[in-house]
Write a protein that binds this ligand. Structure first.
Ligand code: XCC
Ligand code: SF4
Length: 674
């Protein structure tokens, strides 16, 4: 027996089947390549390590040292009273709700801390303490100032004049930064929501006071022996998530637009094939564009280009992973090298001279992979270091940002000649049109002449566009890479649903050719295809990174303002989706979507199965409060059709279902009527 056990222990770990792991060709190639080189990646680990079955159900509590208390659901479900409880008596509902709440808190903290860093940098710009960052988009500054109750005009001798923009910037910066910790009141941006939604929040007592406080309160309420009513815990989930979506994340987007420019549609490329063998390849990975903006500027400087040439390279190729990819893409057209699950594989090419990371979604295993190549792995953020000794830390500071960026780029260039012979860059890449936003949807679908959401609404009302879907979020090594994203998006556009996408979902859409205007003719239903062809947009609109989900909320708000589709966000024929979610941020986003009235379907699974009552509360009852609710569906086709069914239900409630029936008629139908 002991011998048998020993034999088992030394058994070689299983390897992932590249074709089971991903539908994406460069990913398949590089998984294989990694396996040939005996380099383990997340894909291999996913086949060797099963997720914990009780954690998966959401019912493991380790909030005190009397635990961990584990409350799995009995195989045959529960008959009669549910008597499961932890040592302290916490029920499965309490435990699952507390775990869920802590994910909301962590997700909100991540987005909002990112937002805080942007706000702090913006304040030092407004105070003229840094010369490296500037205000690029004064128009956006003037547009957001009123939301902070900052005046943009002054009266001088009875005459109204534009206010000095430096003054406006300073006041916006101070008020924005105060949103994280102001002692009283509520967040300014909440009033940007449609009035009926704001009133619902107010009535339910969930208007966030300040961002930090709501996160702290979750940590307090979920401490051992505090809030033990899943409904009351969910209430704080809502309040905290609103502090994310209508607070920290929305301010991150706005202030980034002010400092770095509001994106407008541009053409670029995507996938690992963007890396170049004869160039210095620098891959930026993480989330805060404070870093990547400077690295982009440094890498494009003549000085650095000359230095690269001096070292024998033909240039510097930047590429992004995760949301940093989306940030550099939407503002500068820098092509992403891949999604979350491709991060290790970018190094496996052997051509990554430096991978520069800041915060969030960064695998610690990057260090182990980098060790097998010449790649310099550079951490840059004081709150995000790695223990491995091959990791270099160059701390990035807004006060000497350009110097830091030059240091990083120089290090990458110096590393160019250290490459081994094992370079193998997959050839595949795709073209894409990206960088849409609230402003450009207005322009493209309204025209410069009309400049409103009127045309979009009109096409929803007449049924050419059946509805809107926000498809967002991560990859997850427990699901087939990109498969769910692509299948769901294709099914939606086939059924005339216009898709707005962000984060790794947007990258997946780009990689699989869905962000091209030509996509419309191939994959769309006739109504959506007609609209897209008329205005020249792809049926899947790239709206940026995950903090830019705020753009989806604001675009939906514009739809309400334009009229004809109800009075509240929950009236719109729209639904949300995170097909391959993995991050706590995704849970925070889901909760603020739901609390803003959006029916939101997650793929893979939700850690709620062990607490059916709490699950029902999120999947059903919560709709009575805010008009949105959670759902989960792993099968991508069913997933898409749940969204479509919801969209149709909303069309019916608005009385516009008949219009759509007409649009769907083909020639044969028409002739039959004649
Ligand atoms: Fe991370 Fe934002 Fe998820 Fe991608 S989508 S894996 S959170 S990078 Ni946001
Ligand atoms: Fe167990 Fe209660 Fe402690 Fe959680 S808080 S670990 S359920 S005793």
């Amino acid at each position: 027996m002991a011998e048998e056990k020993k034999a088992k222990a030394v058994k070689a770990p299983k390897l992932a089947d590249p074709f089971e792991a991903s539908i994406e060709i460069t990913t398949q190639q590089m998984i294989k390549r990694a396996q040939e080189l005996k380099i383990e990646t997340v894909f291999d680990r996913a086949v060797n390590m099963k997720p914990c079955a009780i954690g998966l159900q959401g019912t493991c509590c380790k909030n005190c040292a009397m635990g961990p208390c584990r409350l799995p659901l009995p195989k045959n479900g529960i008959e009669g009273e549910d008597t499961r409880m932890g040592l302290c008596g916490a029920t499965a509902n309490t435990i699952a709700a507390r775990n869920f709440a802590r994910m909301v808190a962590a997700g909100t903290a991540a987005h909002s801390d990112h937002g805080r860093a942007v706000a702090e940098t913006f304040l030092s710009v407004a105070r003229k303490e840094t010369g490296d960052y500037k205000i690029k988009d004064y128009q956006k500054l003037v547009a957001i100032a009123p939301h902070f109750e900052v005046a943009t005009t002054v009266e001088v001798d009875g005459e109204v004049q534009d206010r000095d923009l430096d003054e406006v910037a300073l006041e916006v910066a101070e008020k924005a930064l105060a949103e994280w910790g102001k002692p009283e009141g509520e967040l300014y941006y909440l009033k940007r929501a449609p009035a009926p939604l704001y009133e619902k929040w107010k009535k339910n007592g969930v208007l966030p006071r300040n961002i930090d406080r709501e996160v702290v309160e979750i940590m307090h309420r979920t401490h051992m022996g505090v809030d033990q009513d899943y409904k009351n815990i969910t209430k704080q989930c809502t309040r905290t998530s609103l502090a994310d979506g209508w607070g920290g994340a929305m301010m991150a987007t706005d202030l980034q637009d002010v400092m770095f420019g509001t994106p407008s549609p541009l053409q670029s490329e995507i996938n690992m094939g963007i890396m170049k063998e004869d160039h210095v390849n620098i891959i930026l990975h993480g989330h805060e564009p404070l870093l990547s903006e400077m690295v982009v500027a440094a890498a494009q400087s003549q000085k650095m280009l000359d230095y690269a040439k001096e070292k024998g390279a033909n240039g510097i190729q930047l590429g992004g992973i995760c949301c940093t990819a989306n940030e550099m893409l939407q503002r500068h057209g820098i092509p992403p090298a891949g999604t979350f699950l491709q991060q290790e594989l970018a190094i496996v090419t052997g051509a990554c001279d430096a991978m520069v990371v800041d915060v969030q979604c960064v695998f610690q295993n990057l260090a182990n992979v980098a060790k097998c190549f010449h790649t310099k792995l550079i951490t840059t953020h004081p709150i995000a270091k790695m223990e491995q000794d091959n990791v270099i830390h160059i701390e990035f500071d807004e006060h000497h940002a350009m110097d830091d960026a030059i240091k990083i780029v120089t290090m990458a260039i110096d590393n160019f000649n250290n490459r081994g012979s094992e370079v193998m860059i997959p050839a595949h890449k795709e073209t894409q049109v990206v960088g849409f936003g609230v402003e450009s949807i207005e322009y493209h679908l309204g025209g410069s002449f009309r400049g409103s959401y009127y045309t979009l609404n009109d096409n929803i009302i007449n049924g050419r566009i059946r509805g809107l879907a926000g498809v967002v979020g991560c990859n997850n090594a427990r699901t087939k890479h990109n498969d769910e994203h692509v299948t769901i998006i294709k099914e939606l556009i086939k059924n005339d649903v216009l898709v707005l996408t962000t984060g790794c979902s947007a990258l997946a859409a780009g990689i699989h050719g869905l962000l091209q205007p030509e996509t419309a003719a191939v994959h769309c239903g006739p109504g959506l295809a007609e609209v897209c062809e008329t205005v020249g947009i792809p049926p899947v609109l790239h709206l940026g990174s995950c903090v830019d989900n705020s753009r989806i909320l604001l675009a939906a708000t514009e739809v309400i303002k334009a009229g004809g589709l109800g009075k509240d966000l929950c009236d719109i024929p729209a639904a949300g989706s995170a097909p391959e979610w993995m991050s706590e941020k995704a849970i925070a986003i889901g909760q603020y979507f739901v609390s803003s009235g959006v029916y939101t379907v997650f793929g893979y699974h939700m850690p709620l199965e062990g607490a059916p009552v709490f699950k029902d509360y999120l999947y059903k009852d919560i709709e009575n409060l805010y008009g949105g609710r959670w759902d989960c569906e792993a099968d991508p086709i069913k997933h898409a059709h749940k969204m479509i069914a919801h969209i149709d239900k909303k069309r019916k409630e608005l009385g516009i279902d008949k219009a759509r029936d007409r649009v769907l008629m083909d020639m044969a139908d028409r002739q039959a009527i004649d």
